[in-house]
Design a protein around this ligand. Sequence first.
Ligand SMILES: Cc1cc2nc3c(=O)[nH]c(=O)nc-3n(C[C@H](O)[C@H](O)[C@H](O)COP(=O)(O)OP(=O)(O)OC[C@H]3O[C@@H](n4cnc5c(N)ncnc54)[C@H](O)[C@@H]3O)c2cc1C
Length: 431
Amino acid sequence: MAEKFDVIVVGAGPAGTSCAYTLAKAGVNVLLLERGEYPGSKNVMGGVLYRKMMEDIIPGFYKEAPVERPIVEQRFMLLDEKSAVTFSYKGLEWGEEPYNNFTVLRAKFDQWFAEKAVQQGALLVNETVVTECLVENGKVIGVRTDRPDGDLFADVVVLADGVNSLLAKSLGFHKEFRPDEVALAVMEVLKLDRKIIEDRFSLEQDQGCTFEIFGDATKGILGTAWLYTNKDSLNIGVGAMLSGLIKNKIKPHQLLDYVKKHPIIRPYIQGTEQQEYLAHLIPEGGYRSIPKVVGDGVIVVGDAAQLVNAIHREGSNMAMTSGVLAAEAILEAKAAGDFSASMLDSYRQRLMDSFVGQDMKKYKDATHHFEKYPHYFEKYIPLMNRAASQMFTVDGSSKWEKQKKIWTELGSAKEKWKMARDLMQAWRVMK
Ligand SMILES: Cc1cc2nc3c(=O)[nH]c(=O)nc-3n(C[C@H](O)[C@H](O)[C@H](O)COP(=O)(O)OP(=O)(O)OC[C@H]3O[C@@H](n4cnc5c(N)ncnc54)[C@H](O)[C@@H]3O)c2cc1C
Protein backbone atom coordinates (compact mmCIF):
# COMPACT_ATOMS: atom_id res chain seq x y z
CA MET A 1 0.00 0.00 0.00
CA ALA A 2 1.24 3.53 -0.84
CA GLU A 3 2.60 5.53 2.06
CA LYS A 4 0.40 8.08 3.86
CA PHE A 5 1.74 11.03 5.88
CA ASP A 6 -0.06 13.68 7.89
CA VAL A 7 1.55 16.38 5.76
CA ILE A 8 3.72 16.43 2.63
CA VAL A 9 5.74 19.61 2.08
CA VAL A 10 7.06 20.15 -1.45
CA GLY A 11 10.32 22.14 -1.51
CA ALA A 12 12.98 22.55 1.20
CA GLY A 13 13.59 26.30 0.86
CA PRO A 14 12.92 28.65 3.80
CA ALA A 15 9.12 28.36 3.41
CA GLY A 16 8.92 24.58 3.21
CA THR A 17 11.51 23.89 5.88
CA SER A 18 9.93 26.38 8.33
CA CYS A 19 6.61 24.61 7.85
CA ALA A 20 8.10 21.11 8.16
CA TYR A 21 10.15 22.11 11.23
CA THR A 22 7.13 23.58 13.05
CA LEU A 23 4.94 20.58 12.24
CA ALA A 24 7.57 17.99 13.17
CA LYS A 25 8.25 19.79 16.45
CA ALA A 26 4.54 19.46 17.25
CA GLY A 27 4.73 15.70 16.62
CA VAL A 28 3.17 15.67 13.15
CA ASN A 29 4.28 13.01 10.68
CA VAL A 30 5.72 15.21 7.93
CA LEU A 31 7.53 14.40 4.69
CA LEU A 32 9.72 17.10 3.13
CA LEU A 33 10.42 16.53 -0.57
CA GLU A 34 13.24 18.35 -2.35
CA ARG A 35 14.20 18.06 -6.01
CA GLY A 36 17.81 19.19 -5.45
CA GLU A 37 20.70 16.96 -4.52
CA TYR A 38 20.40 18.58 -1.09
CA PRO A 39 18.34 21.55 0.21
CA GLY A 40 19.85 24.77 -1.09
CA SER A 41 21.77 23.13 -3.92
CA LYS A 42 19.59 24.94 -6.46
CA ASN A 43 18.56 27.94 -4.39
CA VAL A 44 19.58 31.53 -4.99
CA MET A 45 19.42 34.64 -2.82
CA GLY A 46 21.18 38.01 -2.84
CA GLY A 47 22.03 36.95 0.60
CA VAL A 48 20.27 38.84 3.40
CA LEU A 49 18.60 36.64 6.00
CA TYR A 50 16.47 38.38 8.61
CA ARG A 51 17.13 37.31 12.18
CA LYS A 52 13.71 37.88 13.73
CA MET A 53 11.71 35.42 11.62
CA MET A 54 14.37 32.73 11.86
CA GLU A 55 14.74 33.24 15.58
CA ASP A 56 10.98 32.85 16.05
CA ILE A 57 11.55 29.31 14.77
CA ILE A 58 14.94 28.46 16.33
CA PRO A 59 15.93 30.86 19.12
CA GLY A 60 19.64 31.70 19.07
CA PHE A 61 20.03 29.96 15.67
CA TYR A 62 22.92 32.24 14.65
CA LYS A 63 25.18 30.69 17.28
CA GLU A 64 25.39 27.51 15.23
CA ALA A 65 23.93 28.26 11.79
CA PRO A 66 26.27 28.88 8.85
CA VAL A 67 25.68 32.63 8.70
CA GLU A 68 28.33 34.77 7.02
CA ARG A 69 28.45 38.27 8.58
CA PRO A 70 26.01 40.31 10.69
CA ILE A 71 25.20 43.43 8.67
CA VAL A 72 26.08 46.73 10.35
CA GLU A 73 25.68 49.02 7.36
CA GLN A 74 23.06 49.29 4.64
CA ARG A 75 24.21 51.58 1.86
CA PHE A 76 22.09 52.84 -1.03
CA MET A 77 23.66 54.13 -4.25
CA LEU A 78 21.86 56.17 -6.88
CA LEU A 79 24.21 55.45 -9.72
CA ASP A 80 24.92 57.47 -12.84
CA GLU A 81 27.53 56.68 -15.50
CA LYS A 82 30.47 58.18 -13.61
CA SER A 83 29.04 59.15 -10.23
CA ALA A 84 26.80 58.07 -7.40
CA VAL A 85 24.67 59.81 -4.80
CA THR A 86 25.09 57.57 -1.78
CA PHE A 87 23.38 57.39 1.58
CA SER A 88 23.60 54.79 4.28
CA TYR A 89 22.77 53.75 7.78
CA LYS A 90 25.53 52.24 9.88
CA GLY A 91 24.40 50.95 13.25
CA LEU A 92 26.94 49.25 15.48
CA GLU A 93 24.03 47.89 17.55
CA TRP A 94 23.41 45.56 14.58
CA GLY A 95 26.87 44.07 15.13
CA GLU A 96 25.96 42.87 18.61
CA GLU A 97 23.53 40.26 19.86
CA PRO A 98 20.73 39.81 19.04
CA TYR A 99 21.78 41.35 15.64
CA ASN A 100 19.44 42.54 12.87
CA ASN A 101 20.23 40.45 9.82
CA PHE A 102 23.01 38.37 8.30
CA THR A 103 24.41 37.52 4.92
CA VAL A 104 24.12 33.82 4.12
CA LEU A 105 25.01 31.45 1.31
CA ARG A 106 21.86 29.48 0.63
CA ALA A 107 23.61 26.26 -0.37
CA LYS A 108 25.00 26.06 3.19
CA PHE A 109 22.13 27.64 5.10
CA ASP A 110 19.22 25.65 3.60
CA GLN A 111 21.05 22.41 4.17
CA TRP A 112 21.64 23.26 7.83
CA PHE A 113 18.04 24.38 8.35
CA ALA A 114 16.57 21.24 6.75
CA GLU A 115 18.82 19.11 8.98
CA LYS A 116 17.23 20.90 11.97
CA ALA A 117 13.77 19.90 10.69
CA VAL A 118 15.00 16.32 10.39
CA GLN A 119 16.24 16.45 14.00
CA GLN A 120 12.70 17.43 15.00
CA GLY A 121 11.38 14.31 13.24
CA ALA A 122 10.64 15.41 9.66
CA LEU A 123 11.52 12.92 6.94
CA LEU A 124 13.59 14.66 4.24
CA VAL A 125 13.86 13.03 0.82
CA ASN A 126 16.16 14.75 -1.68
CA GLU A 127 16.47 14.29 -5.45
CA THR A 128 12.72 13.82 -5.76
CA VAL A 129 10.65 15.95 -8.11
CA VAL A 130 6.96 16.28 -7.41
CA THR A 131 5.39 16.16 -10.84
CA GLU A 132 1.75 16.74 -9.90
CA CYS A 133 -0.76 16.87 -7.08
CA LEU A 134 -3.10 13.91 -6.74
CA VAL A 135 -6.67 15.15 -6.66
CA GLU A 136 -9.81 13.20 -5.77
CA ASN A 137 -13.25 14.81 -5.81
CA GLY A 138 -11.66 18.26 -5.88
CA LYS A 139 -9.49 17.52 -2.83
CA VAL A 140 -5.70 17.22 -2.93
CA ILE A 141 -4.90 13.83 -1.40
CA GLY A 142 -1.19 13.49 -2.17
CA VAL A 143 1.53 13.96 -4.75
CA ARG A 144 3.04 12.08 -7.69
CA THR A 145 6.84 12.05 -7.75
CA ASP A 146 9.36 11.11 -10.43
CA ARG A 147 10.39 8.02 -8.47
CA PRO A 148 9.16 4.55 -9.41
CA ASP A 149 5.90 3.89 -7.49
CA GLY A 150 6.19 7.50 -6.53
CA ASP A 151 2.63 8.29 -5.39
CA LEU A 152 2.50 9.53 -1.80
CA PHE A 153 -0.55 10.48 0.23
CA ALA A 154 -1.27 13.02 2.97
CA ASP A 155 -4.08 14.90 4.71
CA VAL A 156 -2.50 18.17 3.58
CA VAL A 157 0.03 19.01 0.86
CA VAL A 158 2.01 22.24 1.33
CA LEU A 159 3.30 23.75 -1.91
CA ALA A 160 6.60 25.48 -1.10
CA ASP A 161 8.08 24.89 -4.54
CA GLY A 162 9.20 28.45 -5.23
CA VAL A 163 8.53 31.15 -7.76
CA ASN A 164 7.22 29.17 -10.74
CA SER A 165 4.99 26.92 -8.63
CA LEU A 166 3.92 24.71 -11.50
CA LEU A 167 1.97 22.67 -8.97
CA ALA A 168 -0.27 25.58 -7.83
CA LYS A 169 -0.65 26.52 -11.49
CA SER A 170 -1.76 23.01 -12.41
CA LEU A 171 -4.42 23.25 -9.68
CA GLY A 172 -5.68 26.43 -11.35
CA PHE A 173 -4.58 28.65 -8.42
CA HIS A 174 -2.76 31.04 -10.76
CA LYS A 175 -2.05 31.55 -14.45
CA GLU A 176 1.42 31.71 -16.00
CA PHE A 177 3.04 34.78 -14.36
CA ARG A 178 3.37 37.76 -16.71
CA PRO A 179 6.78 39.37 -17.42
CA ASP A 180 5.73 42.38 -15.29
CA GLU A 181 5.15 40.08 -12.31
CA VAL A 182 8.66 38.59 -12.12
CA ALA A 183 12.21 39.90 -12.04
CA LEU A 184 15.08 37.94 -13.54
CA ALA A 185 18.24 38.07 -11.46
CA VAL A 186 21.79 36.88 -11.98
CA MET A 187 24.56 36.92 -9.41
CA GLU A 188 28.11 35.84 -8.79
CA VAL A 189 29.93 34.83 -5.65
CA LEU A 190 33.40 36.37 -5.81
CA LYS A 191 36.19 35.05 -3.60
CA LEU A 192 38.16 37.67 -1.66
CA ASP A 193 40.38 37.53 1.42
CA ARG A 194 38.42 38.41 4.57
CA LYS A 195 40.94 41.02 5.72
CA ILE A 196 40.74 42.79 2.33
CA ILE A 197 36.93 42.78 2.60
CA GLU A 198 37.09 44.42 6.02
CA ASP A 199 39.61 47.08 4.92
CA ARG A 200 37.83 47.80 1.66
CA PHE A 201 34.38 48.17 3.19
CA SER A 202 35.56 49.85 6.44
CA LEU A 203 34.39 47.01 8.64
CA GLU A 204 35.65 45.67 11.95
CA GLN A 205 36.41 41.97 12.13
CA ASP A 206 33.38 39.80 11.16
CA GLN A 207 31.09 42.77 10.46
CA GLY A 208 29.24 42.95 7.14
CA CYS A 209 27.56 45.49 4.91
CA THR A 210 25.16 45.65 1.99
CA PHE A 211 25.03 47.98 -1.02
CA GLU A 212 21.78 48.35 -2.97
CA ILE A 213 22.47 50.06 -6.28
CA PHE A 214 19.85 51.80 -8.42
CA GLY A 215 19.79 53.67 -11.73
CA ASP A 216 22.63 53.11 -14.15
CA ALA A 217 23.19 49.61 -12.70
CA THR A 218 20.07 48.42 -14.54
CA LYS A 219 20.38 50.96 -17.40
CA GLY A 220 17.29 52.69 -16.04
CA ILE A 221 15.14 49.51 -16.03
CA LEU A 222 13.14 48.90 -12.86
CA GLY A 223 15.41 46.75 -10.72
CA THR A 224 18.51 46.85 -8.55
CA ALA A 225 22.03 45.63 -8.33
CA TRP A 226 23.60 44.60 -5.05
CA LEU A 227 26.95 43.96 -3.47
CA TYR A 228 27.03 42.10 -0.15
CA THR A 229 29.92 40.96 2.03
CA ASN A 230 30.29 37.34 3.12
CA LYS A 231 33.10 36.00 5.33
CA ASP A 232 35.60 35.55 2.51
CA SER A 233 33.58 36.35 -0.58
CA LEU A 234 31.29 39.00 -2.06
CA ASN A 235 27.87 38.51 -3.62
CA ILE A 236 27.32 40.77 -6.59
CA GLY A 237 24.15 40.63 -8.66
CA VAL A 238 21.55 42.41 -10.73
CA GLY A 239 17.83 41.82 -10.95
CA ALA A 240 15.40 43.61 -13.27
CA MET A 241 11.77 43.19 -14.23
CA LEU A 242 11.49 40.65 -17.03
CA SER A 243 9.16 43.00 -18.92
CA GLY A 244 11.82 45.76 -18.82
CA LEU A 245 14.55 43.39 -19.99
CA ILE A 246 12.40 42.23 -22.90
CA LYS A 247 11.39 45.79 -23.84
CA ASN A 248 14.98 47.03 -23.73
CA LYS A 249 16.33 43.87 -25.42
CA ILE A 250 18.97 43.44 -22.76
CA LYS A 251 20.06 40.28 -20.98
CA PRO A 252 20.69 40.27 -17.21
CA HIS A 253 24.23 38.92 -17.62
CA GLN A 254 24.99 41.97 -19.81
CA LEU A 255 23.81 44.19 -16.96
CA LEU A 256 25.96 42.27 -14.48
CA ASP A 257 29.03 42.63 -16.73
CA TYR A 258 28.28 46.34 -16.97
CA VAL A 259 27.96 46.71 -13.17
CA LYS A 260 31.20 44.80 -12.56
CA LYS A 261 33.06 47.15 -14.91
CA HIS A 262 31.34 50.32 -13.66
CA PRO A 263 34.03 52.77 -12.45
CA ILE A 264 32.23 53.32 -9.13
CA ILE A 265 31.74 49.60 -8.40
CA ARG A 266 34.91 48.17 -9.95
CA PRO A 267 37.27 49.11 -7.08
CA TYR A 268 35.16 47.14 -4.60
CA ILE A 269 35.54 43.87 -6.50
CA GLN A 270 39.11 44.26 -7.69
CA GLY A 271 41.25 41.14 -7.25
CA THR A 272 38.28 38.81 -6.77
CA GLU A 273 37.91 35.38 -8.29
CA GLN A 274 34.55 34.06 -9.50
CA GLN A 275 33.37 31.09 -7.42
CA GLU A 276 29.79 30.69 -8.57
CA TYR A 277 27.35 32.05 -11.15
CA LEU A 278 23.63 31.80 -10.39
CA ALA A 279 20.36 32.89 -12.03
CA HIS A 280 16.81 32.86 -10.71
CA LEU A 281 13.41 34.51 -11.00
CA ILE A 282 12.00 36.66 -8.18
CA PRO A 283 8.23 37.04 -7.80
CA GLU A 284 7.68 40.80 -7.76
CA GLY A 285 4.06 41.13 -8.82
CA GLY A 286 3.14 42.21 -5.29
CA TYR A 287 -0.15 42.04 -3.48
CA ARG A 288 -2.32 41.87 -6.59
CA SER A 289 -0.40 38.84 -7.87
CA ILE A 290 -0.89 36.73 -4.74
CA PRO A 291 -2.68 33.63 -6.05
CA LYS A 292 -5.26 31.50 -4.31
CA VAL A 293 -3.31 30.10 -1.35
CA VAL A 294 -5.72 27.52 0.08
CA GLY A 295 -7.76 24.67 -1.34
CA ASP A 296 -9.17 21.40 -0.02
CA GLY A 297 -6.13 19.61 1.41
CA VAL A 298 -3.60 22.10 0.06
CA ILE A 299 -1.77 25.28 1.11
CA VAL A 300 0.64 27.50 -0.86
CA VAL A 301 3.52 29.30 0.92
CA GLY A 302 6.56 31.49 0.22
CA ASP A 303 7.57 32.47 -3.33
CA ALA A 304 4.96 30.05 -4.69
CA ALA A 305 2.42 32.47 -3.19
CA GLN A 306 4.35 35.52 -4.59
CA LEU A 307 5.24 36.68 -1.08
CA VAL A 308 8.12 39.06 -1.80
CA ASN A 309 8.45 42.69 -0.76
CA ALA A 310 10.63 43.96 -3.61
CA ILE A 311 10.90 47.47 -2.17
CA HIS A 312 12.67 46.17 0.96
CA ARG A 313 14.26 43.07 -0.71
CA GLU A 314 12.46 40.84 1.77
CA GLY A 315 11.47 37.36 0.68
CA SER A 316 13.14 34.74 2.86
CA ASN A 317 11.52 36.19 5.99
CA MET A 318 8.07 36.22 4.38
CA ALA A 319 8.67 32.66 3.23
CA MET A 320 9.52 31.57 6.78
CA THR A 321 6.59 33.34 8.39
CA SER A 322 4.17 31.93 5.81
CA GLY A 323 5.57 28.44 6.44
CA VAL A 324 5.04 28.78 10.20
CA LEU A 325 1.52 30.20 9.77
CA ALA A 326 0.64 27.34 7.42
CA ALA A 327 1.88 24.88 10.04
CA GLU A 328 -0.24 26.55 12.73
CA ALA A 329 -3.35 26.36 10.54
CA ILE A 330 -2.63 22.68 9.79
CA LEU A 331 -2.25 21.90 13.51
CA GLU A 332 -5.67 23.46 14.12
CA ALA A 333 -7.17 21.53 11.21
CA LYS A 334 -5.61 18.30 12.51
CA ALA A 335 -7.12 18.85 15.94
CA ALA A 336 -10.52 19.35 14.30
CA GLY A 337 -10.00 16.43 11.86
CA ASP A 338 -11.06 18.75 9.03
CA PHE A 339 -8.70 19.55 6.14
CA SER A 340 -11.20 21.36 3.96
CA ALA A 341 -10.45 24.70 2.30
CA SER A 342 -12.72 26.52 4.74
CA MET A 343 -10.82 25.09 7.72
CA LEU A 344 -7.38 25.75 6.17
CA ASP A 345 -8.47 29.27 5.28
CA SER A 346 -7.29 30.29 8.75
CA TYR A 347 -3.80 30.23 7.12
CA ARG A 348 -4.84 32.92 4.63
CA GLN A 349 -6.38 35.00 7.39
CA ARG A 350 -3.29 34.72 9.62
CA LEU A 351 -1.08 35.58 6.66
CA MET A 352 -3.07 38.70 5.80
CA ASP A 353 -3.12 39.82 9.46
CA SER A 354 0.64 39.33 9.80
CA PHE A 355 3.38 41.72 8.68
CA VAL A 356 3.51 39.72 5.43
CA GLY A 357 -0.03 40.59 4.31
CA GLN A 358 0.22 44.11 5.73
CA ASP A 359 3.47 44.94 3.91
CA MET A 360 2.31 43.35 0.67
CA LYS A 361 -0.79 45.55 0.88
CA LYS A 362 1.19 48.68 1.75
CA TYR A 363 3.26 48.44 -1.45
CA LYS A 364 0.49 46.99 -3.63
CA ASP A 365 0.91 49.64 -6.35
CA ALA A 366 4.61 50.40 -5.99
CA THR A 367 6.23 47.99 -8.44
CA HIS A 368 3.66 48.62 -11.15
CA HIS A 369 3.93 52.38 -10.70
CA PHE A 370 7.73 52.42 -11.11
CA GLU A 371 7.45 49.94 -13.98
CA LYS A 372 4.98 52.18 -15.78
CA TYR A 373 7.04 55.35 -15.27
CA PRO A 374 10.70 54.42 -15.84
CA HIS A 375 11.82 58.06 -15.77
CA TYR A 376 12.31 57.78 -11.97
CA PHE A 377 15.35 55.66 -12.78
CA GLU A 378 16.24 56.93 -16.25
CA LYS A 379 15.88 60.63 -15.65
CA TYR A 380 15.69 61.61 -11.99
CA ILE A 381 18.70 59.63 -10.76
CA PRO A 382 21.04 61.25 -13.35
CA LEU A 383 19.49 64.63 -12.46
CA MET A 384 20.24 64.10 -8.76
CA ASN A 385 23.82 63.20 -9.62
CA ARG A 386 24.27 66.32 -11.74
CA ALA A 387 22.74 68.48 -9.00
CA ALA A 388 25.09 66.98 -6.38
CA SER A 389 28.09 67.47 -8.65
CA GLN A 390 27.09 71.07 -9.30
CA MET A 391 26.52 71.85 -5.63
CA PHE A 392 29.70 70.22 -4.32
CA THR A 393 32.10 71.44 -7.04
CA VAL A 394 33.98 74.47 -5.72
CA ASP A 395 34.53 76.61 -8.81
CA GLY A 396 34.23 80.20 -7.63
CA SER A 397 30.54 80.61 -8.42
CA SER A 398 28.25 81.35 -5.50
CA LYS A 399 25.86 78.78 -4.03
CA TRP A 400 22.96 80.99 -5.23
CA GLU A 401 24.27 80.73 -8.80
CA LYS A 402 24.63 76.99 -8.40
CA GLN A 403 21.05 76.58 -7.16
CA LYS A 404 19.88 78.67 -10.11
CA LYS A 405 21.76 76.43 -12.54
CA ILE A 406 20.26 73.31 -10.98
CA TRP A 407 16.80 74.86 -11.11
CA THR A 408 17.28 75.69 -14.81
CA GLU A 409 18.45 72.17 -15.52
CA LEU A 410 15.22 70.78 -14.11
CA GLY A 411 13.60 72.07 -17.32
CA SER A 412 10.58 74.15 -18.22
CA ALA A 413 7.81 75.06 -15.76
CA LYS A 414 5.75 72.22 -17.24
CA GLU A 415 8.56 69.72 -16.64
CA LYS A 416 8.97 70.95 -13.07
CA TRP A 417 5.26 70.46 -12.42
CA LYS A 418 5.51 66.99 -13.86
CA MET A 419 8.39 66.21 -11.57
CA ALA A 420 6.52 67.51 -8.52
CA ARG A 421 3.54 65.37 -9.51
CA ASP A 422 5.78 62.31 -9.98
CA LEU A 423 7.27 62.80 -6.52
CA MET A 424 3.79 63.08 -5.00
CA GLN A 425 2.72 59.90 -6.79
CA ALA A 426 5.85 58.07 -5.67
CA TRP A 427 5.09 59.14 -2.09
CA ARG A 428 1.50 57.92 -2.48
CA VAL A 429 2.44 54.41 -3.64
CA MET A 430 5.10 54.08 -0.93
CA LYS A 431 3.33 55.58 2.06
C1 LIG B 1 18.74 36.78 -6.86
C2 LIG B 1 17.84 36.81 -5.66
C3 LIG B 1 18.16 37.61 -4.58
C4 LIG B 1 17.34 37.61 -3.45
N1 LIG B 1 17.75 38.31 -2.34
C5 LIG B 1 17.06 38.19 -1.20
C6 LIG B 1 17.57 38.75 0.00
O1 LIG B 1 18.66 39.30 0.03
N2 LIG B 1 16.83 38.60 1.13
C7 LIG B 1 15.64 37.94 1.12
O2 LIG B 1 15.01 37.81 2.19
N3 LIG B 1 15.13 37.39 0.00
C8 LIG B 1 15.82 37.49 -1.15
N4 LIG B 1 15.35 36.88 -2.28
C9 LIG B 1 14.07 36.17 -2.23
C10 LIG B 1 14.21 34.83 -1.52
O3 LIG B 1 15.28 34.11 -2.06
C11 LIG B 1 12.91 34.05 -1.67
O4 LIG B 1 11.82 34.85 -1.32
C12 LIG B 1 12.92 32.80 -0.81
O5 LIG B 1 13.98 31.95 -1.16
C13 LIG B 1 11.61 32.05 -0.96
O6 LIG B 1 11.68 30.84 -0.28
P1 LIG B 1 10.79 29.60 -0.75
O7 LIG B 1 11.08 28.51 0.22
O8 LIG B 1 9.39 30.04 -0.94
O9 LIG B 1 11.31 29.23 -2.21
P2 LIG B 1 12.77 28.69 -2.68
O10 LIG B 1 13.84 29.22 -1.81
O11 LIG B 1 12.81 28.96 -4.12
O12 LIG B 1 12.64 27.13 -2.41
C14 LIG B 1 11.84 26.31 -3.21
C15 LIG B 1 12.37 24.89 -3.07
O13 LIG B 1 11.48 23.99 -3.72
C16 LIG B 1 12.23 23.05 -4.47
N5 LIG B 1 11.33 22.59 -5.55
C17 LIG B 1 10.80 23.33 -6.55
N6 LIG B 1 9.96 22.57 -7.30
C18 LIG B 1 9.97 21.34 -6.75
C19 LIG B 1 9.30 20.13 -7.09
N7 LIG B 1 8.45 20.06 -8.10
N8 LIG B 1 9.55 19.04 -6.34
C20 LIG B 1 10.40 19.09 -5.28
N9 LIG B 1 11.05 20.23 -4.92
C21 LIG B 1 10.84 21.33 -5.64
C22 LIG B 1 13.43 23.85 -4.94
O14 LIG B 1 14.50 23.04 -5.33
C23 LIG B 1 13.73 24.70 -3.72
O15 LIG B 1 14.57 24.06 -2.81
C24 LIG B 1 16.15 36.85 -3.42
C25 LIG B 1 15.81 36.06 -4.53
C26 LIG B 1 16.66 36.01 -5.63
C27 LIG B 1 16.31 35.11 -6.79
